[in-house]
Design a binder for this molecule. Sequence first.
Ligand code: GDP
Length: 313
Amino acid sequence: MSSELRVVLFVGGVGGAKMAHGLSRCLPPGSLRIVVNVGDDFRRYGLRICPDSDTVLYTLAGRVDPVNGWGVAGDTTTVLDALTGLGDDTWFRLTDRDLATHMYRTQRMADGATLTQATAELARAMGVDIDILPVTDAPVPTRVITSDYGELDFQEYFVRHRWQPEVKFIRYVGAEDARVTTAVAEAIDWATCIVFAPSNPWLSIGPILAVGDIRERLLGRDVPRVAVTPVIGGKAVKGPAAKLMAEQGLAVSARSVAGFYGALLTDFVDDVRNPEFTCDGMNIIQRDTLMLEPADRERFAGEVLGYIGERIR
Ligand code: GDP
């Protein structure tokens, strides 16, 4: 693979982590930086919990639960069971080793470390030598306005209510006034291509793109800016992306995803199973984007890099 490829990948959780893993297998060391959503972050039991960041971290560290695609493989639930025994409503599942991650992060931040620093330390400790960069160090919690329950914290919507409530509106609180970190600004300037993983547009990428200065920075880079569809055959591979599209009156299609990104993209990777479409100002290619097994991640990432490599040659 060409050493000129310097990739910044924007991700949420499980879908993003798969692509991050594939790219990490294809690119030489030092050629990949990952910018992660912080809109899912929240506090529970006094701990700062960063689900998307940790999913990427555990995946790259080879520690992720292979069945769920998040959490720590084979982890125990001693603390969770004890909390349940105390009568606590343990709707958010925190397992023992995962709790250590949150405790470490929370303590470091109480000591004065930024989220970016605490995340880098966790990555180093887990043997991950790829930069995992929270898009901003400011809190920008996503809130979901539903028909049935009014305004919900993101994790109440996503985990407690299993993303079933009808969504009227999504707010990225504080995002407009937030700024990307120095590390993210440098990564955007360093990149020879910018890739958006097949992450949920409204819940994972939306909160990233809502950060005050990010669109301007991305649009200022004359490099391929590429997104991958999370919709295959009229369905999301996983999670609420399709349901959210329908609730907004959008067709559940890759075209709607391309429309979400609009002028931010120069290229869009659609899935071979989807009907072809065109979109002004975008090159659209079709590939098999389904990453069921680790080998699929590497194959797909290699295809995307091959395409980008040709583009920037
Ligand atoms: P979350 O925060 O854990 O929901 O993770 P992301 O937002 O990063 O990823 C969720 C999105 O990834 C969903 O909308 C899925 O449709 C999409 N997705 C998951 N696996 C795949 C895959 O193998 N291929 C494609 N094209 N999309 C996927």
